[in-house]
Design a protein around this ligand. Sequence first.
Ligand code: 3PG
Length: 307
Amino acid sequence: MKVLVATEKPFAAAAVAGIKDIVEKAGHTLALLEKYTTKEELVAAAADADAMIVRSDKVTAEVVEAAKNLKIVVRAGAGFDNLDLDACSAHKVVAMNTPGQNSNAVAELAIAMMIYMSRGQFTPATGSEISGKKVGIQAFGNVGRLVGKKAEALGMEVMAIDPFIPAEKIAEAGARPAASLEELYSSCNFVSVHIPATPQTVKSIGYDLITKMPKGATLVNTARKEVIDEEGLMKALSEREDLKYITDIAPDNYAELKEKFGVRVFATPKKMGAQTAEANINAGLAAARQICDFFATGCTKFQLNKF
Ligand code: 3PG
């Protein structure tokens, strides 16, 4: 079988070597498409692939339709909003992710972002410390829980909320459960966002929630830019000169935000939460193993779609 690794933002070389090793030892061949710049390149490379490993690469209906031999696509990572699951199901392509494999890298970035903003983006101005402050974790999944643990170890108070996790489980994991999003936003110096982008969550964080935050608070987004209502964010930052926003994915209105609010906002130039050698190796190799297991035994653990 031909396994295509298609990564606009490539994995670390060690991860590619590990994927190749797993794939070839299982008797398959590896094809690599890295740093491509057009969707046509992806469509062409996918045309004869039996399996695909991607990151945030957009596996659209066009890609799935062009990939006539495709049987499985694995998103090496957690969020799968880049996969057209309906198109995969329509073509009987199994879609999977690799949950948890890159969580530590994202959690470390969330903590780094809190410190970066507390220190005025490393300008000489007097900053503040995160120890003794309160962080609210919005969604207590793999990443959220790790952020909570790390924050606690750094002396922060941790509050959390998750629509799918009961309050007692959140408490068992060492965080104080928030009764509502309003409570989380109004009582935390930092809110760290870990919700996926879904039709229910897109633009769900806007003016009303952001302006509930206490004086000097920072909103930290290592999830998806789509979950923020950018107009609401702009209005909130305009009215509240004490609030700050840091994100791993530049909002569409970033140039305007930066011009208006300077060091109160920051966006990474490229999504870098999972961009560590360790996360690339964990997620990339897990994806390769999932594909080889699927071909060898039909294992569909971590399948996301139904058909
Ligand atoms: C994820 O959903 O796993 C992260 O956002 C990582 O995305 P990336 O693989 O494109 O860096």
